[in-house]
Design a protein. Structure first.
Length: 231
């Protein structure tokens, strides 16, 4: 059976009882109860009382021991609570980093495909059948992946990419999409197609760069958490 010795209140009770006993003894001494029996001087001398008075500081320390113990316990509990909260926060950001890492991998694959699709320097490159539609769909795909992902949460809670932020990348994609607003029915001519292909090539490279920056941030964060809490 549990005898209660694992509970800090068990020890506090004994400390309080000890201090009360010591305080009662000190009161008797200060009242002169033991002066005549323990001192060998004149009857009107209070040698024992003077001796105990000199130790008043120590007596106060003993009496204050329960308070000090309780304060120490509160500080220890507060530190333990902070550690638990810190672990919970790290567990949450670790889960976030893992999800965003998967999303960045998908974004990287989409960007790599788009670069190959629009790269006119490739000898195998041919003009697409419906380039205007392909142009707008590719930009919308990037926008959708960025909006549906948790990249903004990663930037606000863990770190921000050094080369391209989500906000800046999204703005550039939207600007490129708006270039074709109002001409949905009129297809690109050759010059416009070449311009659109160059824009998409640049957009794909920017998205690819952002995806790899996010991958780096997520992987670094996971390594940091592993160093702090190996298990």
């Amino acid at each position: 059976m549990d005898n209660g010795k694992g509970d800090w209140t068990y020890y506090t009770g004994w400390i309080v009882a000890y201090c009360l006993t010591a305080g009662f003894f000190i009161c008797l001494v200060l009242n002169g109860t033991f002066d005549r029996s323990l001192c060998t001087g004149a009857p009107d001398e209070h040698c024992f009382r003077d001796w105990v008075s000199a130790l008043g500081g120590w007596a106060a320390l003993i009496i204050g021991a329960p308070t000090l113990f309780i304060l120490w316990k509160q500080v220890a509990d507060a530190g333990k609570g902070q550690l638990i909260a810190f672990r919970i926060q790290l567990r949450r950001t670790r889960t976030l980093a893992r999800r965003v890492l998967n999303q960045a991998n998908e974004l990287e694959r989409a960007a790599t495909f788009s670069i190959a699709f629009w790269d006119r320097s490739d000898p195998a490159h041919t003009k697409r059948l419906h380039p205007l539609q392909a142009y707008r769909e590719a930009l919308r795909q990037f926008q959708g992946m960025l909006q549906e992902g948790e990249f903004d949460t990663l930037e606000s809670e863990i770190d921000v990419p050094a080369t391209m932020t989500l906000r800046r990348l999204s703005r550039k994609l939207q600007e490129n999409l708006e270039l074709t607003d109002g001409r949905i029915e009129r297809e690109f001519d050759l010059y416009e197609y070449n311009t659109a292909a160059d824009i998409m090539l640049l957009s794909g490279r920017q998205v690819l760069e952002y995806a790899r920056e996010v991958q780096r941030i997520a992987e670094d964060h996971l390594l940091e958490i592993k160093d702090i809490f190996p298990h």
